[in-house]
Design a protein around this ligand. Structure first.
Ligand SMILES: Cc1cc2nc3c(=O)[nH]c(=O)nc-3n(C[C@H](O)[C@H](O)[C@H](O)COP(=O)(O)OP(=O)(O)OC[C@H]3O[C@@H](n4cnc5c(N)ncnc54)[C@H](O)[C@@H]3O)c2cc1C
Length: 464
């Protein structure tokens, strides 16, 4: 068994990486530049996005249960509601509300801080995982030929006021998110940096927490109002979260950033294409200030293409691919990344590769397979805004958009189509589910019956 693994970053990818590394290494150290909350789930500055909506998709929820049996029950005990995506959410497309019906697409919405709190609590109970807090990784330690990463250089004070200057390990996992410095550090050691694909539709978020009114009569646990590219860039999601609270996130694409001042925020909510969210929150009691967030571009670093890569190092999470967050894929991809790390480590060690000399290539390749469909979804609407930068979709992507355009009007009448869309969006089915013969049959019938109309009149339901 290899002795020691280091994880850079203690957010979702880092925590889940630590969970699986603890199965294969004698001990695991998570190095995090922030101090973690100790009394209750709390915001920390290394994860600024945690002020905003954080939906764990159905696939992610399933994986969390595999990593931490009883995870869902723990969230429930802490007050997170159970929400049937197709029954309890009012999903509002530009042409109207999509049908509501019971399904197995169940999620447990809660604040991001609560998810991290529960995950970290589980890891603290594992005897071979240590957290080194208030400590920043400033570089790798490498061997004389720079062929292998041997550990990391550290800066900071450590949780107890003393911080070692270096830490050695058999494997270093970079889970430091969008600000990962691996590309830069690779170049400084004479390696090529990975190719980067960036698609930016300049999406901004603004969020606020409200007390759910005690006498609230509305028949939903969430409302999602979709934007309509290229005409209306404004969207929003209102979700019930733990503690009988609502989290409202306003979203603007194409630089239509939602304001963070009191009146501007409410005015943006009022201007949405449907009044349900505004009517619900306008007299509700705010429990927080309004937080804004930009920096939401899709960024894919293609580590799988690199011919040379140091041994003893892998990269995962947002540091490999960060998505436009509208589809809520990041934490689920982090969980899928941890699953891929577990599989590739298991195979490498079973093949006798105790030095993990051949880990990075199969791991990054596996990660890449998870990212492809998620990238397609995340960038799909981005390319419809004229101000988006980052190239043009290829012909296959354009073809799939065209197909989605044809299918979306059906989501206003067919529960089967809604379920297929949401199963794909929740990553429990592959995009091929949208080509199921029954769906193709419905499409054929509706195309024959439908008078010619703009295919973008309606929108597919989606998480926001
Ligand atoms: C506005 C917004 C909304 C989102 N909504 C959703 C959603 O609904 N559902 C969903 O699944 N995902 C969502 N995401 C994505 C999700 O937040 C991320 O995918 C998820 O946090 C996993 O990221 P990560 O762990 O790879 O990196 P991050 O979350 O960025 O964490 C990186 C960690 O590394 C630490 N770190 C960085 N550098 C160093 C260093 N040198 N030394 C030590 N520590 C370091 C940081 O302090 C931080 O703790 C959203 C993102 C944004 C921006």
């Amino acid at each position: 068994m290899p002795k020691h693994a280091i994880v850079i970053g203690g957010s979702m990818s880092g925590l889940l990486a630590a969970r699986v590394l603890a199965r294969h290494f004698e001990r695991v150290t998570v190095v995090e530049r922030d101090r973690f909350p100790t009394e209750r789930p709390e915001f920390r500055k290394g994860v600024p996005q945690s002020h905003h909506h954080h939906i764990m998709l159905v696939r992610g929820r399933d994986l969390m249960e595999e990593f931490f049996p009883g995870f869902d029950a723990e969230l429930a005990a802490l007050g997170a509601p159970l929400v049937d995506y197709t029954n309890d959410c009012a999903l509002i497309a530009p042409a109207g509300q999509v049908p509501r019906f019971p399904s197995n697409l169940k999620i447990r919405p809660c604040r991001r801080t609560l998810i991290d709190w529960v995950v970290r609590g589980r890891l603290l109970a594992m005897t071979n995982i240590t957290f080194l807090e208030s400590t920043r990784v400033s570089q790798w330690v490498t061997d004389a030929s720079n062929a292998r990463v041997l550990g990391v250089k550290l800066e900071g004070v450590g949780a107890d006021g003393a911080c070692p200057t270096t830490l050695l390990a058999d494997l270093v996992v970079d889970a430091s998110g969008r600000t990962s410095r691996t590309p830069e550090w690779l170049k400084s050691l004479g390696y090529a940096a990975p190719d980067e694909q960036v698609v930016n539709s300049f999406i901004g978020y603004a969020s606020r927490l409200y007390k759910k009114p005690a006498n609230f009569k509305g028949k939903f646990r969430a409302v999602e109002v979709a934007s309509q590219p290229p005409h209306n860039p404004r969207a929003a999601g209102l979700w019930e979260v733990e503690g009988e609270r609502w989290l409202l996130t306003l979203i603007g694409a194409a630089k239509e950033y939602p304001p963070t001042d009191e009146s501007g925020f409410l005015e943006f909510a009022r201007s949405l294409s449907d009044p349900l969210i505004y009517e619900s929150v306008r007299s509700a009691e705010p429990l927080s200030s309004i937080h804004g967030h930009r920096g939401t571009e899709n960024r894919w670093r293609h580590y799988e293409r690199l011919q040379r890569f140091p041994k003893g190092l892998v990269v995962m999470g947002d540091g490999v691919c960060a998505f436009n967050p509208i589809y809520g894929q990041g934490m689920t991809l982090a969980a899928m990344g941890a699953e891929a790390l577990n599989d590739t480590l298991f195979r490498a060690l079973r093949a006798g590769d105790h030095e993990l000399a051949n880990l990075a290539r199969p791991f990054h390749a596996k990660l890449n397979k998870n990212i492809g469909p998620a990238w397609l979804l995340a960038t799909s609407d981005d390319f419809r805004w004229p101000s988006t930068v980052g190239g043009k979709p290829d012909w296959l992507t354009r073809l799939s958009y065209r197909y989605i355009d044809l299918l979306t009007p059906l989501s206003l009448t067919s529960s089967e189509v809604v379920e297929a869309f949401l199963s794909v969006a929740n990553m429990v089915k592959s995009p091929a589910a949208l080509l199921h013969p029954r769906i193709l049959g419905q499409l054929l019938v509706s195309t024959v019956r439908r008078p010619a109309a703009s295919p973008r009149q309606n929108e597919a339901p989606r998480p926001s």
